[in-house]
Design a binder for this molecule. Sequence first.
Ligand SMILES: [Zn+2]
Ligand SMILES: [Zn+2]
Length: 176
Amino acid sequence: MPSSFHSHETDAPFTHCCDCGCDLMGADMYIINQSYVGTECVFEFAMCMTCREEMNAKLSEQSRVAMFDFIHDHAHMDARIERLGTESDTEAYLETCLTCQRDRKEVAGFTSGAMFTGQSLIKGPFPMIICDQCELKLAETVSEQTRDVWEKFVADNFPAPPSDIKLPRRRKPVVL
Ligand SMILES: [Zn+2]
Ligand SMILES: [Zn+2]
């Protein structure tokens, strides 16, 4: 596992799903999301695919379609996959925002998303980053219900996070 995807809290790889608590090494697949402001990680979690799918199922149909459309309209997925394939350096996938193509060094903040099986990073559409401005635009396309699902998830799983003030509560739908 590339160390950039280690937990910043423990300085070691994630071991358990933040939602159901299962052992990630025993899960088929899991995702890691990490939000940065500048170079500081302000929010992070790992989640198994089962929990991920359960969460997606709670989102409204309208929001799922809106998020899909936003990504489809703004991310040049085919070109990206053609350019990067599945064997590029990890950093190459993380250089620019998926949906506005701005350089990571030029944005104020961003969220990364990566999929793993065991300790192995799965390359393809992931890993990816979305900048804070695109997250905002994306959040505007989703329903209140979807934002509520996300806020409840944060409240349930992160009752007193250390960087509470900076948490992107209002801006981040569950996308990556
Ligand atoms: Zn889980
Ligand atoms: Zn962007």
